[in-house]
Design a protein around this ligand. Structure first.
Ligand SMILES: Nc1ncnc2c1ncn2[C@@H]1O[C@H](COP(=O)(O)OP(=O)(O)OP(=O)(O)O)[C@@H](O)[C@H]1O
Length: 678
């Protein structure tokens, strides 16, 4: 009996080999096979022409008169064993389906989608296509045995092997060649079994994996933190929705990339190298404030990568900003600018000039000056003159503030931090001052442990609420002020030296009013106008006021004007209207000269001068100096008895006040005038 002959027409020989194997698998070697790849092609005695359909290879042959054999265009299936390679691709993977003709590529895509790979994103490709797709959008190329046609720049290629003949074609062949299905049955059983096995695996695997991935992704996407997993090779294998939203990076584009390409600003290197956790860190990326944590992932004890979780705290800051805005509306704003700063003495003009320069820098300003000299109004003017002027100005006065109050006031507290804590907690003043300035007034009065906490905030630039565990990064400019002699307090151990140096970056000294009496007229005018008081101060009153030593400085002058506005009946105050303590201190020049002569005539002028100088050094402390301390400060050798006599003389000349018991000795204003003349 003649063996049936089939002519197989394919464009590539590889496909012929596949068809040949398929036919041999079903029909054994009973059928004779010919191919267009083995010329000259014998067209005689053909029983069937089986064409792959590509490029209409069969057309010329079919038209040849001697060929009467039927033509069968192959329907093609897939090598199911190779499909497993597609299971590795995650949902949404962008696949370039490479074929030698566009219609074949479309057909292959349709088949893969029907088989359940519809969660992949296919783009058809054939070298003859007119408009090439953007290869940057492609993750992997998939082809059926046409690896040579894959565009060069593709990193990953999956070759599913040549598409085999599908069952319908094999049955058709059997029918045309008069083969019974019965004969083919045992062969097709293998084929079908294979198909069913792979089909089932495909469905369960893709379904389970799909479900599992969807489930995990849903969890990771529901997490309000960015989550990135970087494997031990430094490759990103997980990038959740929040990470994508925070960083504005497409998750699919990040996957498979090295972290150094995608999130190079993250401190991941340290974690990968050490294979250890990295404690919480705050850093800035693209103008965002991120708080990040890194933990190693170990599977069966082997390090497999780093899980990076991070939060964008910029939006926390925005929420806080909103609270702050409300607080600002409630009064956390400044009233004074440099224009409101009255006084045209050279000393004040210079001080203002310096303050304006300091305002422009970001460093901490440390204002020193006696009480009432205008430290707060300088602090406000500096804030107004700085680039933070649109932010809040928050003032804290440490005088008389208790330790526990200071802590919760400064740093806020978390919900439930203590009995009576309001729901939702409360932001502290550092938080309220975000993007603005915090003014730490009377810092010398801050309790020691608050000093330590302030130092921490200044160093770390973040605060944690009392009883809370959330860290809020702070972006606050600090201005501190004191009327105390902090250097003295440091030696006493009541002020932290490290905090002092931290604060003392840009020192600014506000001179006492007694040193700039030329400002008195301008200040009087300023207060009269501000209080809408109609009064004129005659020259003799101004002169008397200029001679007074103003221990309470500008605040005292302001108080005096309020007092005079109440008691003065006429157009302006007279000398009689001034309080007695002001007039009493009004010492004439002649009187001062008399005292200077008296001290000079004792022959001990340098000793008197040194005593007064030591007392001046101590002027910023509330308490006077004891005799022992004074003696130890002096370089002139002097006995205890001699010092007591000298102090008595100075007291009789009203140059010093000697306190009873432990109040110590202080220099008076008259003492200062005398010192200037000695
Ligand atoms: N140059 C000035 N021009 C106008 N007003 C001033 C000036 N200096 C001080 N004042 C006024 O004097 C008062 C005291 O000023 P401020 O509170 O700033 O002093 P301070 O040095 O901070 O005092 P303390 O050390 O007691 O806190 C305020 O009412 C302020 O308006």
């Amino acid at each position: 009996m003649k063996r049936p002959v089939i002519l197989i027409l394919t464009k590539e020989i590889g496909l012929y080999n596949t068809f040949r194997d398929n036919i041999r698998d079903i029909f054994g070697s009973y059928i004779q096979l010919r191919s267009n790849h083995f010329p000259p092609v014998d067209l005689g005695g053909l029983d069937l022409i089986l064409s792959s359909g590509t490029d209409n290879l069969h057309e010329d042959i079919v038209e040849t008169s001697e060929v009467t054999a039927p033509l069968l265009i192959a329907n093609r299936s897939i090598d199911f064993n190779r499909l497993e390679m597609l299971f590795e691709l995650s949902e949404g993977t962008r696949c370039l389906l490479v074929s030698n003709a566009m219609d074949v590529a479309y057909e292959s895509i349709a088949m893969l989608e029907r088989l359940g790979f519809d969660y992949l994103r296919f783009t058809p490709y054939s070298p003859d296509m007119i408009e090439l797709p953007d290869m940057n959008d492609i993750d992997v190329a998939i082809t059926h045995g046409l690896v040579d046609l894959v565009p060069e720049n593709m990193d990953r290629v999956i070759d599913l092997g040549n598409r085999s003949l599908d069952l319908s074609t094999l049955f058709e062949i059997a029918k045309v060649l008069g083969q019974t299905l019965h004969q083919a049955n045992h062969m097709t059983m293998d084929y079908v079994r294979n198909f069913v096995r792979i089909g089932r695996e495909l469905v369960t695997a893709s379904q389970n994996e799909h479900d599992m991935n969807t489930y995990l992704e849903a969890i990771l996407d529901a997490v309000q933190e960015g989550v990135i997993f970087v494997n031990q090779e430094g490759e990103i294998t997980l990038f959740n929705q929040e990470a994508s939203a925070i960083l504005g990076i497409d998750a699919q584009a990040a996957l498979g990339e090295s972290w150094t390409e995608v999130v190079s600003a993250f401190p991941i290197k340290q974690a990968i190298q050490a294979e250890e956790s990295v404690p919480r860190q705050t850093f800035k990326v693209q103008g965002l404030h991120l708080v990040t944590k890194m933990n190693p992932l170990r599977l069966n004890g082997t390090f497999s990568g780093i899980i990076v979780t991070f939060q964008d705290v910029t939006h926390v800051q925005q929420l806080e900003q909103e609270i702050r805005r409300k607080k600002t509306e409630a009064g956390l704003t400044t009233k004074y600018t440099f224009a409101d700063n009255a006084g045209d003495s050279n000393l004040m003009a210079q001080t203002r000039q310096t303050a304006k320069k300091l305002a422009r820098s970001a460093y901490t300003v440390f204002i020193k000056g006696e009480s009432g000299t205008g430290k707060e109004i300088f602090a406000q003017a500096i804030h107004e003159h700085s680039f933070r002027c649109r932010g809040p100005f928050v003032a804290v006065n440490f005088a008389g503030i208790t330790q526990s109050l200071a802590e919760s006031e400064l740093f806020g507290y978390a919900e439930g931090a203590f009995t009576g804590a309001i729901r939702g907690g409360k932001p502290g003043l550092f938080e309220l001052a975000q993007n603005g300035t915090i003014f730490l007034d009377e810092i010398g009065d801050a309790p020691l442990n608050i000093q330590a906490a302030i130092l921490r905030v200044l160093q770390e630039k973040e605060v944690m609420r009392v009883g809370g565990n959330t860290i809020v990064p702070t972006n606050v400019r600090v201005i501190a002020a004191t009327n105390k002699n902090l250097e003295h307090m440091i030696t006493e151990g009541t002020f932290r030296e490290d905090l002092f140096y931290r604060l003392n970056q840009l020192p600014l000294e506000i001179p006492p009013l007694r040193d700039r009496t030329e400002d008195i007229s301008a200040l009087i005018d300023y207060f009269l106008e501000q209080k809408r008081i109609q009064m004129t101060f005659p020259p003799d009153v101004i002169e008397t006021l200029s001679a007074y030593h103003w221990p309470g400085n500008v605040r005292e002058l302001e108080g005096l004007i309020t007092y005079l506005s109440v008691i003065v009946d006429g157009p302006g105050p007279t000398l009689d209207d001034l309080p007695g303590y002001i007039k009493e201190e009004n010492v004439s020049s002649a009187e001062l000269n008399r005292i200077v002569n008296l001290l000079e005539n004792t022959g001990d002028k340098p000793v008197f001068k040194e005593i007064l100088q030591c007392l001046v050094l101590n002027q910023n402390t509330d308490r006077g100096i004891g005799r022992h301390t004074l003696k130890s400060m002096m370089t002139t050798p002097i006995s205890e008895g001699q010092l007591r006599t000298k102090l008595d003389t100075l007291k009789r000349c009203a140059c010093i006040q000697i306190g009873i018991k432990k109040q110590g000795t202080k220099i008076t204003r008259q003492g200062r005038h005398i010192l200037e003349r000695l």
